[in-house]
Design a protein around this ligand. Structure first.
Ligand SMILES: NC(=O)c1ccc[n+]([C@@H]2O[C@H](COP(=O)([O-])OP(=O)(O)OC[C@H]3O[C@@H](n4cnc5c(N)ncnc54)[C@H](O)[C@@H]3O)[C@@H](O)[C@H]2O)c1
Length: 435
């Protein structure tokens, strides 16, 4: 391996997953099964993809693990928090994503993964009624209790490093409120004053993780790390953070398909996206305040790919709508429909229909693996603050809006950013432009 500036991935990597639901248990079961040689990590770039490093005669195509020192799956230890007390085996069975024949071979290991009490506030997810919940007088006490959980998990399991990833339910929509979210000092004061309206439980997890020297990844569309106060905390603690909301099904398709329309300079009149899903995620999203959080995240994708200001003839005033419908019979098997009204030469209209019959958690699990391994890598490479190279995996890539930065949503530009970051960390030249 060429010499980059990355510390080696020595010792155990603790992955602490907030939420022990469908996504979390599909991820954990998969990793445990893969390292026993019973399954394949399909969908994971860190395990499969090869990218070019070097140019001309020195050109080579290498796996990520041959370019940079990635943690081995054998070194992973799982921890979790959940509102419900069921262990990861029971939760995996309940989720009904994986067949029992795929869960049973790792049953013993899954049974050892028992949720710690959740930092939870029912006002943020009204449809959940579990009682495995911390009794904390204030948000600040919540943070202290979570910090203690992380410290003792790390010590008890002999972990060298920890990454915390949110795979818990989507919280209600919390608009960014600068008097509280604008600076770290204001955020801390609000936590101490127990300002429950502006401090979501997810912010307590993020604050606790970063303060304990653990990168934090937000898998849901919650307002959590995308506020200036958290950017300050990430700078101060020198911890990496990324955008939010795993980009798995419909938005993945959208961010991959919209560039076709844009590259051919075709016009867009409207894009209507609708879904049915019946898992617990769908149940929580059936609550209008929780859906609003998801809607904002899903809607943001198109505007930065098909830009009205660059091409008013083609993209002015297109109608973009996203719907999610809770439909229990389908459980985790989500079905998404996209109707795209485009126009071509002389304005003549055409339609494209996409019908994606997917499995939500099956698409999400490899993203968790890649995000965790790449954030751990970024930390060892001394990178901190917003990691734009992880935009590839996220519906709402993070950007510093206070500096007028724009998010990159185009899947292929995001992939270029990812490849360049790996090249740089591996000691190679980052040699592709994202234009
Ligand atoms: N599967 C996908 O394709 C996908 C894509 C993007 C985002 N997501 C997001 O990932 C998250 C998890 O999805 P899922 O299908 O596993 O949902 P799920 O309902 O099966 O699991 C979420 C779990 O989180 C727990 N929880 C809720 N609040 C908590 C808290 N404060 N602390 C600890 N635990 C808490 C719930 O009790 C539940 O067991 C959701 O927010 C979803 O929107 C999923």
């Amino acid at each position: 391996m060429k010499q980059g500036n990355v510390k080696p991935a020595n010792g155990k990597l603790g992955i602490m997953v907030v939420g022990c639901g469908a996504v979390a248990t599909t991820f954990m079961t998969g990793v445990l099964s893969i390292r026993k040689g019973l399954s394949k990590p399909v969908g994971s770039l860190t395990q499969y993809d090869k990218i070019r490093v070097g140019r001309g005669a020195d050109k080579q195509y290498r796996s990520y693990g041959d370019i940079v020192p990635l943690a081995s799956l054998d070194d992973i230890v799982f921890g979790t928090w959940d509102v419900y007390p069921q262990n990861a085996y029971q939760a995996a069975i309940y989720a009904e994503v994986l067949k029992e024949k795929d869960i049973e071979p790792v049953r013993d290991e899954l049974e050892q993964i028992v949720p710690m009490q959740a930092a939870f506030d029912r006002n943020y997810a009204k449809r959940l009624d579990g009682d495995n919940v911390k009794a904390c007088a204030t948000r600040w006490k919540m943070v202290e209790s979570l910090r203690e959980d992380i410290r003792s998990f790390k010590q008890h399991n002999g972990c060298a490093r920890i990454v915390v990833v949110w795979a818990a339910s989507t919280e209600i929509y919390v608009p960014v409120y600068i008097p509280v979210h604008g600076t770290l000092k204001a955020l801390e004061e609000a936590m101490k004053a127990d300002d429950r309206a502006h401090i979501a439980p997810s912010m307590c997890y993020a604050y606790a993780a970063l303060s304990e020297g653990a990168p934090f990844i937000m898998g849901a569309p919650n307002t959590t790390v995308d506020i200036p106060a958290m950017w300050q905390l990430a700078e101060q603690t020198r911890m990496p953070i990324a955008g939010k909301d795993f980009k798995t099904g419909q938005t993945l398709v959208k961010s991959g398909f919209a560039p076709i329309i844009g590259t051919r300079c075709l016009g867009l009149n409207g894009w209507f996206s609708t879904n049915i899903l019946g898992n617990r995620d769908g149940l929580v999203l059936d609550e209008p305040d929780n859906f609003r959080t998801k809607e904002v995240s899903k809607l943001s994708t198109l505007e930065t790919i098909l830009k009205a200001e660059t091409h008013p003839d083609l993209y002015k005033d297109y109608y973009h709508k996203v719907r999610i419908n809770y439909y229990p019979p389908r459980n985790d098997d989500k079905e998404g429909w996209d109707n795209i009204d485009i126009f071509g030469w002389m304005g003549y209209p055409m339609q494209i229909k996409i019908n994606f019959l997917c499995r939500d958690s099956i698409l999400a699990a490899p993203l968790l693996l890649d995000l965790v391994l790449l954030t751990d890598l970024a930390e060892r490479a001394g990178r901190y603050g917003i990691q734009r190279f992880l935009s590839f995996y996220l519906k709402s890539p993070m950007h510093d809006y206070t500096q007028g930065e724009e998010p990159i949503n185009n899947l292929y530009q995001q992939y270029t950013m990812l490849k360049n970051a790996l090249r740089e960390m591996g000691g190679y030249e980052a040699d592709e432009e994202i234009d």
